[in-house]
Structures are given as structure tokens and as C-alpha cells.
Design a protein around this ligand. Structure first.
Ligand code: GLU
Length: 499
């Protein structure tokens, strides 16, 4: 049976992670691109858990993967929990099929049993190293006579099954991202297909499952590129139609080394735990190696927009740099678009860990909290960085050094700052409606006119005494949210500090 023989145009992609216990950001991108490609072409997206390496099994890893893919809204049409007509979708449950197919290859003379022991292989490798040859299996069992094989099997000699890689051929295929790729078969080892413990290797299980699940497009990371010629040899040996291949560019650290744990987080879970939004992380990951095309400047996409715009021919070959500042910026954009109730809800758990918050009577006033968050919303990049910004609204008087009043660029020296604070205090004492930013503005503009100075020479000292911070929301908004009593108290303290 050849792939897609019933429905030649049906696009079926799969995400085939090993259950390591977390989702790597590169894995998220592979899943996303596979999902987008399938959805764009009205196809199906499949989740297959590749747990053939029984030594690396992590408990709960599959459930965790499913949970996190759902969190990102990457809904799969077929998979371990949702089922489907090509199941099971857990690779270890398909072992019988893998073994049968390996037997078929033996029958077709496309594979052979190898009885070499670990010691034999070690010796072989040492010898190759000594001769400065690339380490490869020297194929000695490929030429055993049927009598020799029979004897060894009768003695139950442990063995593996290896692929008979054809000699002196060129494997040529077209990668949808990289174009034509050619590999000489003489550089390819006779791959182990079934290990001595009876379990299939990645190569065999992956090809057999992709075939039986009628996968039309294999979309995976560049690190799998060297595996592809081996897979193609397998497809040829089985006489199956091979799928299309697309190898996504590597993810790199800013210093162009391969993205690794050593230089920062690689698990999606780490980013979510740090307070990044799923939508922002997904959007950011979408742009790691893909863009909507020349001349298009849009960078913020909903999942539906991505489905519409995505295509594999716009995926780059060159490695994509994982730039955390860009993620922060993007997360900030998403935070800016959030409605205030939802944003407050997200920030609240972080606030509740702060003593200054839980101790403040104002912490019970949700409307006040929302007003404070609204003032800071445009500056928040991640939820935790809103905490120091919000502190000033819940503490008596923020700690600061009086040097903060001085601003050379705005021409604010101590004398100006003092005069500005004193005159503003007087004017604001007489002013009542702090809720109205327009009228407080008029009041302070009068002070500015009276002192015959630039706006900043009055507004800078007021803003810094209200907040104790160089960066903060504007004066009139602060006066509104802090209210008359609190604002005047802070200005008086500022005057005391500077006197
Ligand atoms: N199980 C492999 C992984 O962990 C799958 C690679 C592929 O997509 O073929 O990524």
C-alpha cells in the first residue's frame, strides 16, 4: 500500500516527541509549524509519543506534553488521548508491528542479523580510531552464511537486526526548506533497527509509524537531517512512498551557539512559570525561522492568522536566534492588550507573596489595584516585573535618595526642586478635585507659569517625590490614583528631604 493512496491530497503532519518530561521551545516550534501546515491545507495534525527508548522514560511525561500542547491551543486531531483510526499513538504499543516489519526486511534481504558483541564493536572502534577512519560498523555479519546464522540462532545468541545500506549509491531528495540534498550511501552506517533487547530503534519505529499513520509531511528540527537518508533507504527497502521532508532551522543563542540549557531556559514550562503568556510565547516561537514574507511587517499574529499566513516556503534555512529581549517586548505587547480585570487576576498571585502588599489595607480595594495596574500596564513586560512598579502604591512612602530630584538635562537643581515642590504643595492644598486630571494639570501649569520655568522643572520633582522612582507613570495620573491626602503627604516628605 502506498501512502495516501485513498486520498492523495490529504495533508497529514505529526509531532513525534520523546516524552522527556518537558516541552523544549524548539519542540513547541516543530509542533506549531506542523499544526499550521496541516490546518492551512485542511489536513490533520497528529500527536505520536515516541517512547521507544525505554531507558529514558519519565513518569507523567506524556500527560504533561498533552496538557501543554492544549495550553497552547495546538489541538491534535489524532493522538494518545483523543484516539483516531491509525492508533495506537504511543509508539511502545506498536512494537509488534515494528518487529513484523523488521522481519519483512529480513525476508526481503534488506536487513540482516548481527551477532557482534559490545566487546567486538569496541575493538572495531578502537582499531578504526587508530587508523584514523570514521567509526562505522564494518558489516562483518552482513556476509555470514545461512548455516552460520542458523547455528547462532539455535544457540540463542543475542543479536540485533541491521539495515543493509546499499553500497555506492546516492540518496537524493528535495527538502522543502533546504532544497536538493544528496548523500552517498557509503557514508551511512548499517543502522540497527531492532536492538538486542527486542525493542525497535528510533529509525525503524519512526519510518514504520509515519507510513502506517499516512503522514504526508515530516516536519522536524535540523538535528534530524542526518537521519533522513537512512529513512529514505528504509522507505525504498519497504517499497513505500516516502513523505515530503522539511527540516526546520536550529535555534541559536545570541552568540550563535546551539540553544542550550546552559545559557538560559529551554523548557516552555520555565517561561510560563516565569509569567510569560502562552499567546506571546507561541507568537514569538512562530517567528523563529519564519516570517510572513518580504514587505510584510506584521509581527503579532493570532493562531488563526498564523494558519492563514504560514507556509513552509517562507521558513529560512539559517539558524534562528532566540532573543529574549524580543520575547519580553512581545509579551509586553500582549499585556498591553489584556483587559484590566484579567491582567489584575494574573498579577495578584505575585502581589500576594509581598508583605508590603498583604499588610496594606489598600490591598483589599480591587478597584484601586486595577487603577494602579492600569497606570503601569504599558510598561509591564512580564507579570513579575510589575511588582516593583506597584510597590509605590501600597507603601507609606517609597524609599529613595534625594539625588533623584536632580536632573541635569531638565535643568532641575536642588533650589528649583525645592521651590517647585513648595509652590506645588501650596497650590495643590487648595485644589480639591484630584480625580480630574485636567484641573490638577491647570493648577500645576499655573505654578509653572508663575515660576517661569519649563514644565519638566516642576513636574520632574513632583513625579519623583510621589514615586521615589525615575521611571513611573505621569504626574497627573499619579495624583489621581494616589488621591489628595497621600499625594500631599509625599510632597511634604520630599520637601523635608531636600531642606
Ligand atoms: N522522537 C523524535 C524527537 O524526539 C522525533 C523526530 C522526528 O520528528 O522524526 O524529536
Amino acid at each position: 500500500m502506498s501512502i495516501n493512496s485513498n486520498n492523495p491530497r490529504m495533508i497529514r503532519t505529526r509531532f513525534a516527541p520523546s516524552p522527556t518530561g518537558y516541552l523544549h521551545v524548539g519542540g513547541l516550534r516543530t509542533a506549531l509549524y506542523s499544526f499550521l501546515y496541516a490546518k492551512k491545507h485542511n489536513g490533520k495534525f497528529i500527536l505520536r509519543i515516541e517512547d521507544t527508548d525505554q531507558e529514558r522514560l519519565v513518569e507523567g511525561a506524556t500527560e504533561n506534553l498533552i496538557k501543554i500542547l492544549n495550553l497552547f491551543n495546538l489541538k491534535f486531531d489524532e493522538g494518545p488521548d483523543v484516539g483516531g483510526e491509525f492508533g495506537p499513538y504511543i509508539q511502545s504499543e506498536r512494537r509488534e508491528l515494528h518487529i513484523n516489519e523488521a522481519e519483512n526486511l529480513l525476508k526481503k534481504n534488506a536487513a540482516y542479523r548481527c551477532f557482534c558483541t559490545k566487546e567486538d564493536l569496541d575493538k572495531m572502534r578502537e582499531e578504526q580510531q587508530r587508523l584514523k577512519k570514521p567509526p562505522m560498523y564494518d558489516k562483518r555479519c552482513r556476509f555470514l552464511s545461512s548455516e552460520e546464522i542458523k547455528q547462532k540462532l539455535e544457540k540463542n545468541t543475542p543479536h540485533v537486526i541491521r539495515l543493509k545500506v546499499p553500497e555506492n549509491q546516492k540518496i537524493i531528495y528535495n527538502d522543502l526548506i533546504r532544497g536538493k540534498i544528496e548523500v552517498l550511501t557509503n557514508t551511512i552506517d548499517d543502522q540497527v533497527l531492532i536492538k538486542s533487547d527486542g525493542f525497535p530503534t528510533y529509525h525503524l519505529a519512526n519510518v514504520v509509524d509515519d507510513h502506517y499513520m499516512q503522514i504526508s509531511h515530516v516536519i522536524r528540527g535540523e538535528e534530524w537531517l542526518p537521519s533522513t537518508p537512512k529513512h529514505i533507504i528504509l522507505y525504498q527497502a519497504f517499497d513505500w512512498k516516502q513523505p515530503e521532508f522539511a527540516h526546520l532551522p536550529l535555534l541559536l543563542n545570541p552568540d550563535k551557539t546551539k540553544l542550550s540549557k546552559r545559557q538560559g531556559d529551554v523548557a516552555c514550562e520555565d517561561y510560563l512559570n516565569k509569567g510569560y503568556l502562552e499567546e506571546a510565547l507561541l507568537n514569538f516561537v512562530a517567528m523563529l525561522g519564519w516570517n510572513p514574507g518580504s514587505g510584510e511587517t506584521q509581527e503579532i499574529f493570532t493562531l488563526n492568522e498564523l494558519i492563514e499566513k504560514f507556509d513552509l516556503n517562507k521558513v529560512q534555512k539559517a539558524g534562528a536566534i532566540f532573543n529574549i529581549e524580543k520575547l519580553d517586548w512581545m509579551n509586553g505587547l500582549y499585556i498591553r492588550q489584556m483587559d484590566i480585570e484579567k491582567l489584575t487576576e494574573q498579577i495578584l498571585p505575585y502581589l500576594q507573596k509581598q508583605e508590603w502588599f498583604t499588610k496594606s489595607p489598600l490591598s483589599k480595594d480591587i478597584k484601586y489595584l486595577q487603577e494602579c495596574i492600569k497606570l503601569e500596564q504599558s510598561r509591564i513586560k512580564t507579570f513579575p516585573d510589575s511588582i516593583p512598579m506597584l510597590e509605590i502604591f501600597f507603601t507609606e512612602q517609597p524609599e529613595y535618595d534625594k539625588k533623584i530630584f536632580l536632573n541635569e538635562k531638565m535643568k532641575v537643581d536642588e533650589a528649583i526642586a525645592k521651590e517647585a515642590l513648595e509652590k506645588s504643595l501650596k497650590a495643590l492644598e487648595k485644589h480639591d478635585n484630584f480625580d480630574n486630571e485636567e484641573t490638577t494639570k491647570e493648577t500645576l501649569m499655573q505654578v509653572i507659569t508663575e515660576m517661569n520655568v519649563k514644565n519638566g522643572q516642576v513636574l520632574w520633582p513632583i513625579r519623583t517625590t510621589l514615586t521615589g522612582r525615575e521611571f513611573s507613570p505621569g504626574v497627573f495620573e499619579l495624583l489621581r490614583v494616589l488621591g489628595k491626602e497621600n499625594s500631599l503627604k509625599r510632597i511634604r516628605n520630599g520637601i523635608e528631604k531636600i531642606s
